[in-house]
Ligand binder design. Structure first.
Ligand SMILES: Nc1nc2c(c(=O)[nH]1)N[C@H]1C(S)=C(S)[C@@H](COP(=O)(O)O)O[C@H]1N2
Ligand SMILES: [Mo]
Length: 252
């Protein structure tokens, strides 16, 4: 069966199963097709599975809305914060010349990239909205390298299912599936509104993921790892967010 018709069948099946409130059937179908998010346990488990599965099937290739330049927010609402720690401050005082992004896991060529190396890759920009789960948002131009390009450079292996990414700020780590990791709007962003990315907004390097809520756009990224399972990370729920009560999949 073609990918499209199979998808249509699964989508229709999921919707029908949910419609007759046979939610267990929908959950079993999602399981069968690998559409269960890592934080599916607990009270909201079934809801999380249905949200993730139906979004993946219906909107797998959709783009987040892009805005016009004159719609860029005058004052980007930064979750203002001091530079996170001593390690960060040391790198900052050296102009981030020693900042590295290490990439490992299920890749053929593990590597450690400087900001200059990342900046030598095709430069892309997008004017998109960053939406916080608390209700505020702003529109900015994000400049960076598509994560897909960096994954191509290191050579992602066929078994890859997720990319886990870590901040220099302890306890800030997240993961996304390969559909989001390879999505054209998923950036390693180092610029904003024509300038370097300000530290307040996650400079010198943050992940920018406009199809999910702000908390998935982790600031101060130093490490990525490609994996086929999220079980070995933290409490095995996929990221720090579900450990704090937020959904792993935060699609908008
Ligand atoms: N390392 C790190 N990344 C982070 C956060 C943080 O506190 N530390 N806050 C997250 C949340 S909850 C949101 S809404 C956005 C805010 O991005 P902004 O400061 O550019 O508005 O960053 C996300 N990434
Ligand atoms: Mo947020």
């Amino acid at each position: 069966m073609s990918d499209i018709s199979r998808r249509k069948l699964i989508t229709t099946g999921l919707a029908a199963a949910a419609g007759v409130s046979a939610l267990g059937v929908a959950a079993r179908m999602a399981q069968k097709y690998g559409l269960v998010p890592p934080d599916h346990g607990g009270i909201y488990g079934l809801g999380e599975t249905l949200t993730y599965a139906s979004q993946r099937l219906l909107t797998r290739h959709s783009l987040a809305r892009e805005f016009r330049r004159n719609q860029i927010s005058k004052i980007p609402l930064a979750n203002e914060m001091a530079p996170p720690n001593e390690a960060f401050k040391r790198l900052q005082s050296g102009g981030f010349a020693d900042w590295r992004l290490s990439v490992d896991g299920l890749v053929d060529r593990p590597a450690s990239f400087s900001l200059n190396q990342l900046k030598s890759y095709p430069i892309r920009s997008q004017i998109t909205q960053l939406a916080c789960e608390e209700g505020w948002s702003y529109i900015a131009e994000w400049i960076g390298a598509p994560l897909s390009h960096v994954l191509e450079v290191v050579g992602t292996q066929p078994k890859a299912r997720y990319v886990v990414y870590f901040s220099i700020e302890p306890d800030w780590w997240e993961s996304i599936d390969m559909a989001d990791a390879l999505h054209p709007q998923t950036f390693l962003a180092y610029g904003m509104n024509g300038n370097e990315l300000p530290v307040g907004n996650g400079g010198p390097l943050r992940l920018r993921l406009p199809r999910q809520l702000g908390y998935k756009s982790v600031k101060f990224i130093t490490h990525l790892t490609v994996t086929d399972s999220l079980k070995g990370f933290g409490k095995g729920l996929g990221s720090a967010s579900p450990e704090a009560g937020y959904a792993w999949y935060a699609g908008i």
